[in-house]
Unconditional design. Structure first.
Length: 61
């Protein structure tokens, strides 16, 4: 389960961090600090999302 979670996290974290960075840039926050905060927030939000997706995949197997 941990191997699947690691693979999923790499995809989910990249997607969420990138999306939040785009939201920050579109909102007008174009300096380094808001962009880094958005990327870090995406990486943190990806942890529970990855756990939920991994658990859903394993429960259907």
């Amino acid at each position: 389960m941990l191997r699947l979670a690691g693979i999923l996290y790499s995809m989910i974290a990249t997607t969420l961090a990138g999306s939040l960075v785009v939201v920050a840039l579109v909102s007008g926050y174009d300096t380094l600090q808001p962009i880094l905060i958005a990327a870090a927030a995406g990486a943190l939000v990806a942890l529970p999302v990855t756990w939920l997706v991994t658990r859903a995949i394993y429960s259907e197997s």
